[in-house]
Design a protein around this ligand. Structure first.
Ligand code: SF4
Ligand code: SF4
Length: 433
C-alpha cells in the first residue's frame, strides 16, 4: 500500500498549540485517590489485590490479559478501597477500576532500584521494559516490549516526536525538559533491537527543540534529527517511515528494518532500564477553549480529570455547555464527563464549548474527504455503504485500510462525522474476516 506524502497544513490559529504552552507545566502528583483502570486496548485486566490491601508505589496491582499481557502498577502508596469502581475511560466507555486511597508517604516497592545498565543483555532490556508496563505513549497503548522482539537486527530506530495533532503539546514539553533521558532511552532501544543508528523525527516548525536536540547530540554520531513537514498526519507511523527510508510496509515497520517509538515512550524506557521505574506517571495536555488555564500537567496514572482541572484553575467562565475530547481533536473520542481517569494511553484532554461542533449532516458532494484521505479511501462512500449495511461494498471500498487519522471529518464542510463511521466499517470488515 502506498501513502500520499502531502498531508494537510493545520494552521496554528486552528491548531492552537500555543494555548497550553503559555505557562510552564505543573506537577500534580498528590491526588487523594487514584483509580487504576482494569482495561487497556479493549483487553480486560485481572486485579492482583483486594479491598483493604496496602500497596506501594510501583507494586503490581493487576495484569492485562491476552497475548499482549502486561503488568499494571500502583502509582501511589496507600490502601485499596475498591476493585470494581466504574469510571469513565478515554475509550468513551465506563470501565472498572482499582480505587486506592493515597497515604502520601510515597513508599516505593522494593523492585524500584538501579539496574546494572552497562551489563544488561538485549533480552534483559526487553524483559525490563515488559515488567515495567511500558506501552506506546503516542496513544496506541501497544506493549513496547513486543516491538523489540524482532527476529533479525534492525537497521534503524525512529523516534516519533512529531506530535502533529492540534492542541497537544505534552511530548514537546516532556522532551524539552528530559533531553538526556530521551537520548539514553534511544540508546537502550538501539541495544534491544541491535540497530546501529537512530533518527528523531521532529516537525520543522519546532525550531527551538530541533536546536536543543542537535546541540545535545553533538557527541552522538549514531543519532540524528530529521525535520518533518509541518502537516497532518506527519506523525503517522507509515508516513514517517516512508519519508525517512523511502520504504512502505504492510503491518509493522520491522518489515523494512525499522523499530519506531514515540518520544515519551523512549523516556519511559530510559527510566525503566536505569531505575526499574514502572510507567506510573505521565505528562498530559489539558487544554481547549473550555479551560481557564490550559496547561501541561505531570500526573499520576489513575488521577481523575476533574481533580486535575480543579488543580489548574477550573473551567473558562460563561460557558453554557462543554464537551470533552479524550486524545487529540483529530483522533480522540468524545467523553461526557470530567469523571474520567488518566490511563497509560491518554495524552491529552481538550475541553470545548459545545457550539463549536454543531453538525449539518447533508453531504455537498465536494469530494474534500476523498482528497484528504492519506490512504486514498472514499470516506463518504464507505459511510453510505455502512449506513446501508452493505458489507461487500465496505470491503470493496477497502474500509479496513483506514488509520483513523480524522482528516475526513476535519475537512468536511458539513461537519459529517465520517471518521467514526469509517472506523466502524473497518471493524465490520475485519470481524467478518
Ligand atoms: S480517518 Fe480513515 S477514511 Fe478518514 S481520512 Fe483518515 S484514513 Fe481516510
Ligand atoms: S467532505 Fe463532507 S460534504 Fe464533501 S464529499 Fe465528503 S462528506 Fe460530502
Amino acid at each position: 500500500m502506498f501513502i500520499k506524502s502531502s498531508g494537510i497544513h493545520i494552521s496554528e490559529h486552528k491548531g492552537n498549540k500555543e494555548m497550553s504552552l503559555q505557562n510552564p507545566h505543573v506537577d500534580f502528583l498528590n491526588p487523594e485517590y487514584v483509580y487504576i483502570p482494569l482495561m487497556e486496548q479493549n483487553a480486560p485486566c485481572e486485579p492482583t489485590v483486594k479491598v483493604g490491601d496496602l500497596v506501594k508505589v510501583g507494586q503490581v496491582v493487576a495484569n492485562k490479559t491476552g497475548m499482549f499481557g502486561l503488568p499494571i502498577h500502583s502509582s501511589v502508596s496507600g490502601e485499596v478501597i475498591s476493585v470494581n469502581q466504574k469510571m469513565w475511560h478515554s475509550c468513551g466507555k465506563m470501565v472498572p477500576n482499582i480505587q486506592i486511597k493515597n497515604d502520601f508517604k510515597e513508599t516505593k516497592d522494593e523492585s524500584i532500584r538501579p539496574n546494572p545498565v552497562s551489563e544488561l543483555t538485549k533480552e534483559q532490556i526487553i524483559e525490563i521494559v515488559k515488567q515495567n508496563g511500558i506501552v506506546g505513549l503516542g496513544g496506541s497503548g501497544f506493549p513496547t516490549y513486543f516491538k523489540y522482539k524482532v527476529k533479525n537486527p534492525m537497521d534503524l530506530v525512529i523516534i516519533n516526536a512529531a506530535e502533529c495533532e492540534p492542541y497537544i503539546t505534552a511530548d514537546y514539553t516532556l522532551i524539552k525538559e528530559h533531553v538526556d533521558q530521551l537520548i539514553n532511552g534511544i540508546k537502550y532501544i538501539m541495544r534491544a533491537v541491535e540497530a546501529p543508528k537512530a533518527i528523531i523525527a521532529i516537525k520543522e516548525d519546532k525550531k527551538s527543540l530541533i536546536q536543543k536536540m542537535k546541540i545535545a547530540l553533538e557527541n552522538e554520531p549514531a543519532i540524528t534529527v530529521y525535520e518533518l513537514k509541518n502537516v497532518y498526519p506527519a506523525g503517522w507511523e507509515k508516513y514517517i517511515v516512508q519519508h525517512i527510508t523511502g520504504k512502505n510496509y504492510k503491518s509493522l515497520p520491522s518489515e523494512v528494518g525499522v523499530v519506531l517509538n514515540n518520544a515519551a515512550t523512549a523516556i519511559a524506557v530510559c527510566r525503566a532500564v536505569e531505575e526499574n521505574m514502572p510507567l506510573i506517571e505521565k505528562m498530559i495536555t489539558v487544554t481547549g477553549e473550555g479551560i481557564k488555564n490550559p496547561l501541561n500537567v505531570y500526573v499520576k496514572i489513575g488521577t481523575k480529570m476533574s481533580d486535575i482541572i480543579a488543580k489548574i484553575g477550573g473551567y473558562a467562565e460563561n460557558l453554557k455547555e462543554i464537551f470533552f475530547i479524550a486524545g487529540g481533536p483529530m483522533t480522540g473520542k468524545s467523553v461526557f464527563s470530567d469523571e474520567m481517569i488518566v490511563n497509560r494511553c491518554l495524552s491529552s484532554v481538550v475541553v470545548m464549548p459545545k457550539a463549536i461542533r454543531e453538525i449539518n449532516p447533508a453531504c455537498m458532494g465536494c469530494g474534500k474527504c476523498c482528497e484528504a484521505c492519506p490512504v486514498f479511501l472514499s470516506p463518504i462512500q464507505i459511510k453510505e455503504a455502512f449506513d446501508a449495511n452493505d458489507l461487500e461494498s465496505m470491503k470493496a471500498l477497502k474500509a479496513n485500510l483506514c488509520m483513523a487519522c480524522g482528516l475526513c471529518s476535519y475537512v468536511c464542510p458539513s461537519r459529517i462525522e465520517l471518521t467514526d463511521v469509517v472506523c466502524k466499517a473497518k471493524a465490520e470488515v475485519l470481524k467478518k474476516r
